[in-house]
Write a protein that binds this ligand. Sequence first.
Ligand code: MLT
Length: 394
Amino acid sequence: MLKINKNYQKIKKNYIFTEISNKKDKYLKENQKAKIIDLGIGDVTLPLGKNLVKVMEKALAEQAHRSTFKGYPPENGYDFLKDQIIKYYKRRNVELNRKDVFVSNGACCDVTNILDLFNKNTTVIANPTYPAYFDSNFLQGNSIILESASVQNDFVLNPKNLNKKSYLIYLCSPNNPTGTVFSKNQLKQWVDFALKTKSIIIFDCAYESFIDDVKLPHFIYEIPGAKNCAVEIASFSKMAGFTNLRCSWTVVPTELKIGNQSLNNMWERRQCTKFNGVPYLVQKGAEYALSEEGFKECKKNIDYYKKNLKMLLKNLKEVGIETYSSQHTPYVWFKCPNKYTSWEFFDILLTQCQIVGIPGVGFGSAGEGFFRFSAFGRRKDIIEACKRLKKAHL
Ligand code: MLT
């Protein structure tokens, strides 16, 4: 008999977002007239910017001519996009070179695939946080330390309770689901801890474009020493609306080593073997999205979602619900009213308001009693959701 990966028995049968989607489908089957408003998975709803689409149409047209046709893309990205990413970091005074940057097809893939570089370690993960971190670490057979980042510590994870040993450390800022953003000082504590303990930080900044305060760090490399202890993973999904097109980047600095082993060389080796690159036309769109002009176009959509966030926060407060999100996130994180558990509140919202959200406990045990709404919806749906919340007796 072949041996299977028994770690699959350690994780829940369904991934949280699949579970929610199944529940929504079941409800719709039983209530065919229901007009559900889906504030669950954080998926964008606004179309791509017009200029961005023009750039991609032009790139697609190039594939129609022998002289400009392209076959496989370079596994780690075209230089034109790497150079644009390098420029994007320069705006925040971070210097990178082409070898540091790896273009990829999604932050979710890279935050989990990066585990290929490591073998049976202890991983520190915030509780609550993005569920792919703990699922993938369970599957890998790693030991996991879940560090609570909830009301009692203002949702900010801190290394002070950890033993001084080497860990893999997942940090997400702005955090999904709580919206917390590390200040420079808070992030420095993690970088200093990682340097001292020879730990590696996997910094997920998929929502950095939602940060509105210039003083807050977008990238971990804004902190001195981070290139010696951190990998960083960013995404075009929420910033440019690429959840369908798929494009992201990962920075593995050439300085980053464990003993004599370069993680940059290992990641390059891994990607060349297991990944065939991102389509040319998608990379052309991504290049445009990071240009000054393109970013302005993307920012309009980001601002629209942030207005949704404000409306949801305001309305929840008005019905007496305690909310916690910062303004630097597309997610509304709030306490379930009347001491409901997360799943109880999910059912109440679905049946009374026909609104779908994500139970906080789906992001880890410390999310029990909390709930998350996505602000990526269409404005008319957000307005309607607010009306229904006000009408319902929660
Ligand atoms: C979320 O809803 O947390 C994310 O959008 C899902 C994802 O990025 O995989």
